[in-house]
Ligand binder design. Structure first.
Ligand SMILES: [Zn+2]
Length: 377
Protein backbone atom coordinates (compact mmCIF):
# COMPACT_ATOMS: atom_id res chain seq x y z
CA UNK A 1 0.00 0.00 0.00
CA UNK A 2 1.18 3.48 -0.82
CA UNK A 3 1.52 5.78 2.19
CA UNK A 4 3.13 8.76 0.46
CA UNK A 5 1.14 11.93 0.28
CA UNK A 6 0.83 12.78 -3.42
CA UNK A 7 2.09 16.24 -4.39
CA UNK A 8 -0.42 18.72 -5.75
CA UNK A 9 1.35 21.35 -7.85
CA UNK A 10 -1.56 23.36 -9.12
CA UNK A 11 -5.21 23.95 -8.14
CA UNK A 12 -6.77 24.29 -11.56
CA UNK A 13 -9.59 21.90 -12.50
CA UNK A 14 -7.47 19.65 -14.71
CA UNK A 15 -4.81 19.06 -12.03
CA UNK A 16 -7.49 18.40 -9.42
CA UNK A 17 -9.30 15.97 -11.70
CA UNK A 18 -6.08 14.05 -12.30
CA UNK A 19 -5.11 14.01 -8.62
CA UNK A 20 -8.51 12.80 -7.48
CA UNK A 21 -8.66 10.18 -10.21
CA UNK A 22 -5.43 8.76 -8.80
CA UNK A 23 -6.84 8.66 -5.28
CA UNK A 24 -10.01 7.00 -6.57
CA UNK A 25 -7.89 4.34 -8.31
CA UNK A 26 -6.07 3.69 -5.07
CA UNK A 27 -9.37 3.24 -3.22
CA UNK A 28 -10.69 0.93 -5.91
CA UNK A 29 -7.54 -1.21 -6.01
CA UNK A 30 -7.40 -1.62 -2.25
CA UNK A 31 -11.09 -2.37 -2.05
CA UNK A 32 -10.74 -4.96 -4.80
CA UNK A 33 -7.83 -6.60 -2.98
CA UNK A 34 -10.40 -7.72 -0.45
CA UNK A 35 -8.79 -6.55 2.80
CA UNK A 36 -10.91 -6.68 5.91
CA UNK A 37 -13.69 -4.05 5.84
CA UNK A 38 -12.73 -2.54 9.20
CA UNK A 39 -9.06 -2.25 8.23
CA UNK A 40 -10.14 -0.60 5.01
CA UNK A 41 -12.33 1.89 6.92
CA UNK A 42 -9.53 2.78 9.36
CA UNK A 43 -7.01 3.21 6.58
CA UNK A 44 -9.12 5.65 4.60
CA UNK A 45 -11.55 7.27 7.05
CA UNK A 46 -9.64 7.02 10.35
CA UNK A 47 -10.13 10.32 12.23
CA UNK A 48 -6.47 10.99 13.03
CA UNK A 49 -4.31 8.89 10.72
CA UNK A 50 -6.81 8.07 7.95
CA UNK A 51 -5.35 8.56 4.52
CA UNK A 52 -8.15 10.90 3.44
CA UNK A 53 -7.44 13.18 6.44
CA UNK A 54 -3.66 13.21 5.86
CA UNK A 55 -4.03 14.02 2.17
CA UNK A 56 -6.67 16.69 2.65
CA UNK A 57 -4.65 18.36 5.44
CA UNK A 58 -1.56 18.47 3.23
CA UNK A 59 -3.39 19.84 0.22
CA UNK A 60 -5.62 22.32 2.05
CA UNK A 61 -2.66 23.74 3.97
CA UNK A 62 -0.95 25.04 0.84
CA UNK A 63 -4.16 26.01 -0.99
CA UNK A 64 -5.11 29.66 -1.50
CA UNK A 65 -8.39 30.69 0.26
CA UNK A 66 -10.34 30.62 -3.03
CA UNK A 67 -9.01 27.15 -3.90
CA UNK A 68 -10.13 25.67 -0.60
CA UNK A 69 -13.82 25.45 -1.39
CA UNK A 70 -13.59 23.36 -4.60
CA UNK A 71 -10.92 21.22 -2.93
CA UNK A 72 -13.13 20.60 0.12
CA UNK A 73 -16.07 19.71 -2.09
CA UNK A 74 -14.02 17.14 -3.93
CA UNK A 75 -12.81 15.60 -0.67
CA UNK A 76 -16.39 15.33 0.54
CA UNK A 77 -17.41 13.60 -2.62
CA UNK A 78 -14.50 11.16 -2.38
CA UNK A 79 -15.38 10.46 1.23
CA UNK A 80 -18.94 9.59 0.22
CA UNK A 81 -17.62 7.26 -2.42
CA UNK A 82 -15.38 5.49 0.07
CA UNK A 83 -18.30 5.14 2.47
CA UNK A 84 -20.44 3.70 -0.31
CA UNK A 85 -17.69 1.23 -1.21
CA UNK A 86 -17.43 0.26 2.44
CA UNK A 87 -21.16 -0.27 2.77
CA UNK A 88 -21.12 -2.35 -0.37
CA UNK A 89 -18.34 -4.51 1.03
CA UNK A 90 -20.09 -4.95 4.35
CA UNK A 91 -23.35 -5.89 2.65
CA UNK A 92 -21.49 -8.32 0.46
CA UNK A 93 -19.78 -9.92 3.45
CA UNK A 94 -23.07 -10.16 5.31
CA UNK A 95 -24.66 -11.77 2.27
CA UNK A 96 -21.79 -14.22 2.02
CA UNK A 97 -22.02 -15.12 5.67
CA UNK A 98 -25.77 -15.68 5.43
CA UNK A 99 -25.45 -17.46 2.13
CA UNK A 100 -23.12 -19.94 3.74
CA UNK A 101 -25.77 -20.86 6.25
CA UNK A 102 -28.34 -21.69 3.57
CA UNK A 103 -28.17 -25.33 2.50
CA UNK A 104 -27.65 -25.63 -1.24
CA UNK A 105 -26.45 -22.03 -1.56
CA UNK A 106 -24.09 -21.42 -4.48
CA UNK A 107 -21.92 -19.31 -2.15
CA UNK A 108 -19.35 -21.64 -0.68
CA UNK A 109 -16.63 -20.11 1.50
CA UNK A 110 -17.01 -16.77 -0.26
CA UNK A 111 -16.61 -18.25 -3.73
CA UNK A 112 -19.50 -17.86 -6.12
CA UNK A 113 -19.38 -21.14 -7.98
CA UNK A 114 -22.00 -19.91 -10.43
CA UNK A 115 -19.43 -17.52 -12.00
CA UNK A 116 -17.78 -18.75 -15.20
CA UNK A 117 -14.40 -20.37 -14.48
CA UNK A 118 -10.96 -19.41 -15.71
CA UNK A 119 -10.49 -20.98 -19.11
CA UNK A 120 -7.26 -22.97 -19.29
CA UNK A 121 -6.60 -24.17 -22.78
CA UNK A 122 -4.82 -27.52 -22.89
CA UNK A 123 -1.49 -27.54 -24.76
CA UNK A 124 -1.14 -29.42 -28.02
CA UNK A 125 1.81 -31.02 -29.76
CA UNK A 126 4.20 -28.80 -31.66
CA UNK A 127 3.75 -29.35 -35.42
CA UNK A 128 7.21 -30.91 -35.67
CA UNK A 129 6.57 -33.36 -32.82
CA UNK A 130 3.18 -34.13 -34.33
CA UNK A 131 4.72 -34.86 -37.74
CA UNK A 132 7.46 -36.95 -36.14
CA UNK A 133 4.83 -39.00 -34.28
CA UNK A 134 2.79 -39.45 -37.46
CA UNK A 135 5.82 -40.90 -39.26
CA UNK A 136 6.71 -43.10 -36.30
CA UNK A 137 3.12 -44.35 -36.07
CA UNK A 138 3.15 -45.51 -39.71
CA UNK A 139 6.16 -47.73 -38.94
CA UNK A 140 4.74 -48.94 -35.63
CA UNK A 141 1.86 -50.35 -37.65
CA UNK A 142 4.42 -52.27 -39.71
CA UNK A 143 5.87 -53.85 -36.57
CA UNK A 144 8.77 -51.47 -35.97
CA UNK A 145 9.66 -50.39 -32.44
CA UNK A 146 11.10 -47.03 -31.40
CA UNK A 147 14.79 -46.75 -30.50
CA UNK A 148 16.46 -43.64 -29.06
CA UNK A 149 20.07 -42.59 -28.51
CA UNK A 150 22.23 -39.75 -27.18
CA UNK A 151 22.66 -36.45 -29.03
CA UNK A 152 26.30 -36.19 -27.95
CA UNK A 153 27.99 -39.06 -29.77
CA UNK A 154 31.46 -40.47 -30.31
CA UNK A 155 33.13 -40.10 -33.68
CA UNK A 156 33.04 -43.91 -33.85
CA UNK A 157 29.25 -44.25 -33.58
CA UNK A 158 28.48 -41.21 -35.71
CA UNK A 159 31.02 -41.80 -38.52
CA UNK A 160 33.50 -44.67 -38.31
CA UNK A 161 31.05 -47.52 -37.70
CA UNK A 162 28.83 -46.13 -40.45
CA UNK A 163 31.60 -46.49 -43.00
CA UNK A 164 32.51 -42.80 -43.33
CA UNK A 165 36.12 -42.82 -44.52
CA UNK A 166 38.52 -40.68 -42.43
CA UNK A 167 38.62 -37.87 -45.01
CA UNK A 168 34.91 -37.83 -45.81
CA UNK A 169 33.72 -34.21 -46.06
CA UNK A 170 30.89 -34.77 -43.55
CA UNK A 171 33.52 -35.34 -40.83
CA UNK A 172 34.86 -31.87 -41.42
CA UNK A 173 34.19 -29.33 -38.68
CA UNK A 174 32.56 -27.27 -41.42
CA UNK A 175 29.63 -29.68 -41.22
CA UNK A 176 29.92 -31.10 -37.71
CA UNK A 177 29.72 -29.45 -34.31
CA UNK A 178 32.47 -31.04 -32.23
CA UNK A 179 32.98 -30.85 -28.48
CA UNK A 180 36.08 -28.74 -27.75
CA UNK A 181 39.38 -29.78 -26.11
CA UNK A 182 39.57 -33.45 -27.04
CA UNK A 183 42.75 -33.45 -29.12
CA UNK A 184 44.42 -35.82 -26.69
CA UNK A 185 41.78 -38.52 -27.27
CA UNK A 186 41.93 -41.04 -30.12
CA UNK A 187 39.74 -39.82 -33.02
CA UNK A 188 37.12 -42.55 -32.57
CA UNK A 189 36.46 -41.50 -28.94
CA UNK A 190 36.12 -37.78 -29.59
CA UNK A 191 32.67 -36.35 -28.88
CA UNK A 192 30.47 -34.44 -31.27
CA UNK A 193 26.83 -33.48 -31.70
CA UNK A 194 25.34 -36.27 -33.78
CA UNK A 195 24.85 -35.22 -37.40
CA UNK A 196 22.18 -37.86 -38.03
CA UNK A 197 20.15 -40.40 -36.08
CA UNK A 198 22.09 -43.28 -37.71
CA UNK A 199 24.40 -43.92 -34.70
CA UNK A 200 21.30 -45.30 -32.97
CA UNK A 201 21.33 -48.09 -35.61
CA UNK A 202 24.84 -49.02 -34.50
CA UNK A 203 23.93 -48.89 -30.80
CA UNK A 204 20.82 -51.01 -31.32
CA UNK A 205 22.56 -53.64 -33.46
CA UNK A 206 25.43 -53.82 -30.96
CA UNK A 207 22.89 -54.55 -28.23
CA UNK A 208 20.47 -56.84 -30.08
CA UNK A 209 20.82 -59.67 -32.58
CA UNK A 210 18.59 -59.76 -35.68
CA UNK A 211 15.75 -59.82 -36.64
CA UNK A 212 15.48 -56.11 -36.00
CA UNK A 213 12.97 -53.47 -37.02
CA UNK A 214 13.46 -50.06 -35.46
CA UNK A 215 12.36 -46.52 -36.15
CA UNK A 216 14.53 -43.75 -34.68
CA UNK A 217 13.09 -40.26 -34.18
CA UNK A 218 15.36 -37.55 -32.85
CA UNK A 219 17.17 -34.24 -32.92
CA UNK A 220 20.37 -33.81 -34.94
CA UNK A 221 22.91 -30.98 -35.27
CA UNK A 222 24.96 -29.62 -38.14
CA UNK A 223 27.31 -26.71 -38.49
CA UNK A 224 24.96 -25.14 -41.08
CA UNK A 225 23.97 -21.53 -41.54
CA UNK A 226 20.23 -21.05 -41.10
CA UNK A 227 18.27 -20.15 -44.22
CA UNK A 228 14.71 -20.71 -45.50
CA UNK A 229 15.15 -24.49 -45.61
CA UNK A 230 18.14 -25.19 -43.33
CA UNK A 231 18.57 -25.02 -39.58
CA UNK A 232 21.64 -26.03 -37.53
CA UNK A 233 19.32 -28.12 -35.34
CA UNK A 234 16.65 -30.24 -36.95
CA UNK A 235 14.86 -33.57 -36.62
CA UNK A 236 15.09 -36.87 -38.40
CA UNK A 237 13.23 -40.14 -38.43
CA UNK A 238 15.32 -43.06 -39.46
CA UNK A 239 14.43 -46.71 -39.91
CA UNK A 240 16.36 -49.95 -39.98
CA UNK A 241 15.20 -53.43 -40.85
CA UNK A 242 17.58 -56.43 -40.61
CA UNK A 243 16.56 -60.03 -41.13
CA UNK A 244 17.23 -62.97 -43.41
CA UNK A 245 16.29 -62.45 -47.06
CA UNK A 246 15.62 -58.71 -46.89
CA UNK A 247 15.80 -57.33 -50.43
CA UNK A 248 15.58 -53.98 -52.18
CA UNK A 249 11.97 -54.87 -53.08
CA UNK A 250 11.14 -54.96 -49.38
CA UNK A 251 12.65 -51.49 -49.03
CA UNK A 252 10.65 -50.16 -52.00
CA UNK A 253 7.42 -51.72 -50.81
CA UNK A 254 7.89 -50.43 -47.25
CA UNK A 255 8.63 -46.84 -48.27
CA UNK A 256 5.92 -46.77 -50.93
CA UNK A 257 3.41 -47.87 -48.28
CA UNK A 258 4.76 -45.31 -45.77
CA UNK A 259 4.54 -42.40 -48.24
CA UNK A 260 0.96 -43.35 -49.15
CA UNK A 261 0.07 -43.58 -45.46
CA UNK A 262 1.55 -40.11 -44.83
CA UNK A 263 0.56 -38.18 -47.95
CA UNK A 264 -2.50 -40.05 -49.24
CA UNK A 265 -3.05 -43.22 -51.24
CA UNK A 266 -2.78 -41.33 -54.53
CA UNK A 267 0.95 -40.50 -54.26
CA UNK A 268 3.47 -42.36 -56.35
CA UNK A 269 7.09 -42.95 -55.38
CA UNK A 270 10.20 -43.26 -57.48
CA UNK A 271 13.75 -44.20 -56.60
CA UNK A 272 16.95 -42.64 -57.96
CA UNK A 273 20.46 -43.98 -57.52
CA UNK A 274 22.32 -42.03 -54.86
CA UNK A 275 25.25 -42.42 -52.49
CA UNK A 276 25.50 -42.76 -48.74
CA UNK A 277 28.56 -44.28 -47.04
CA UNK A 278 26.45 -46.67 -44.93
CA UNK A 279 24.20 -48.13 -47.65
CA UNK A 280 24.96 -49.92 -50.90
CA UNK A 281 23.12 -49.55 -53.21
CA UNK A 282 21.65 -46.22 -52.09
CA UNK A 283 18.68 -44.29 -53.42
CA UNK A 284 16.91 -40.96 -53.12
CA UNK A 285 13.14 -41.25 -52.97
CA UNK A 286 10.78 -38.81 -54.59
CA UNK A 287 7.01 -38.65 -54.28
CA UNK A 288 4.64 -37.30 -56.90
CA UNK A 289 3.85 -33.65 -56.08
CA UNK A 290 0.97 -33.54 -53.59
CA UNK A 291 0.01 -30.03 -54.72
CA UNK A 292 -0.40 -30.58 -58.47
CA UNK A 293 -0.69 -34.38 -58.61
CA UNK A 294 2.39 -34.59 -60.80
CA UNK A 295 1.39 -32.07 -63.48
CA UNK A 296 4.07 -29.59 -62.42
CA UNK A 297 3.70 -26.46 -60.27
CA UNK A 298 5.78 -23.86 -58.46
CA UNK A 299 6.08 -26.04 -55.33
CA UNK A 300 7.69 -28.93 -57.23
CA UNK A 301 9.68 -26.59 -59.48
CA UNK A 302 7.52 -27.82 -62.39
CA UNK A 303 9.00 -31.32 -62.22
CA UNK A 304 5.91 -33.02 -60.77
CA UNK A 305 8.09 -34.69 -58.09
CA UNK A 306 9.27 -33.78 -54.59
CA UNK A 307 12.43 -35.28 -53.12
CA UNK A 308 11.76 -36.51 -49.62
CA UNK A 309 14.16 -39.11 -48.24
CA UNK A 310 17.25 -41.23 -48.62
CA UNK A 311 17.54 -44.99 -48.28
CA UNK A 312 19.50 -48.07 -49.25
CA UNK A 313 20.61 -51.58 -48.38
CA UNK A 314 22.85 -51.65 -45.30
CA UNK A 315 26.50 -51.75 -46.40
CA UNK A 316 28.25 -54.99 -45.30
CA UNK A 317 31.03 -52.80 -43.85
CA UNK A 318 28.48 -51.46 -41.31
CA UNK A 319 27.55 -55.00 -40.26
CA UNK A 320 31.28 -55.76 -39.88
CA UNK A 321 31.76 -52.74 -37.56
CA UNK A 322 28.76 -53.81 -35.50
CA UNK A 323 30.15 -57.32 -35.05
CA UNK A 324 33.54 -55.87 -34.05
CA UNK A 325 31.77 -53.79 -31.44
CA UNK A 326 29.76 -56.79 -30.21
CA UNK A 327 32.91 -58.86 -29.83
CA UNK A 328 34.62 -56.01 -27.96
CA UNK A 329 31.59 -55.97 -25.62
CA UNK A 330 31.90 -59.72 -25.05
CA UNK A 331 28.89 -60.67 -27.20
CA UNK A 332 28.54 -63.19 -30.01
CA UNK A 333 28.88 -61.71 -33.51
CA UNK A 334 25.41 -61.79 -35.09
CA UNK A 335 25.62 -59.70 -38.24
CA UNK A 336 27.27 -61.93 -40.83
CA UNK A 337 26.50 -60.21 -44.15
CA UNK A 338 26.45 -63.64 -45.84
CA UNK A 339 23.49 -64.71 -43.70
CA UNK A 340 21.52 -61.55 -43.10
CA UNK A 341 20.73 -58.35 -44.96
CA UNK A 342 18.85 -55.18 -44.23
CA UNK A 343 17.74 -51.79 -45.39
CA UNK A 344 17.80 -48.34 -43.81
CA UNK A 345 16.10 -45.06 -44.62
CA UNK A 346 16.07 -41.57 -43.18
CA UNK A 347 13.98 -38.46 -43.59
CA UNK A 348 13.97 -34.91 -42.29
CA UNK A 349 10.94 -34.15 -40.12
CA UNK A 350 11.01 -30.41 -40.94
CA UNK A 351 11.05 -31.19 -44.64
CA UNK A 352 8.02 -33.48 -44.34
CA UNK A 353 6.15 -30.99 -42.16
CA UNK A 354 6.91 -28.22 -44.67
CA UNK A 355 5.59 -30.30 -47.57
CA UNK A 356 2.56 -31.55 -45.60
CA UNK A 357 1.49 -28.08 -44.48
CA UNK A 358 2.84 -25.96 -47.32
CA UNK A 359 5.26 -24.03 -45.05
CA UNK A 360 8.06 -22.31 -46.96
CA UNK A 361 10.17 -20.96 -44.05
CA UNK A 362 11.76 -23.52 -41.69
CA UNK A 363 12.41 -20.83 -39.05
CA UNK A 364 8.67 -20.51 -38.38
CA UNK A 365 8.75 -23.86 -36.58
CA UNK A 366 11.25 -22.51 -34.03
CA UNK A 367 10.01 -18.94 -33.71
CA UNK A 368 7.47 -19.63 -30.97
CA UNK A 369 5.02 -17.33 -32.78
CA UNK A 370 1.59 -18.37 -31.49
CA UNK A 371 -0.16 -17.07 -34.61
CA UNK A 372 1.77 -19.66 -36.60
CA UNK A 373 1.62 -22.49 -34.07
CA UNK A 374 -2.09 -22.12 -33.32
CA UNK A 375 -2.89 -23.11 -36.90
CA UNK A 376 -1.82 -26.64 -36.03
CA UNK A 377 -3.78 -26.87 -32.79
ZN1 LIG B 1 3.69 -29.71 -58.13
Amino acid sequence: MNDDIPQLKSYDDASLDAAFAMLRDEVRNESARGIDAEAFRLRWLGRKQGRLKLVSDAWLKSASPEARKPLGMRFNQLKQEIEAALEGRQAELKGLREGLKVPGSPLIRGIDITLPGTVRRPGVEHPLIKTMQEVVRVFHHLGYSTALGPQVETDFHNFEALNFPPNHPARDTQDTLVVAQQQSRPLRDRLLMRTHTSPVQIRTMAAEAPPLRIVVPGKVHRNDAADATHSPVFHQVEGLCVDTNITFSDLKGTLDHAMKALFGSGVKTRFFPSFFPFTEPSADVQISCIFCGGKGCRKCKHSGWIELLGCGMVDPAVFASVDQLRVAQGKEPAYDAKKISGFAFGMGVERIAMVLHGVSEIGLFYSGDMRFLEQFA
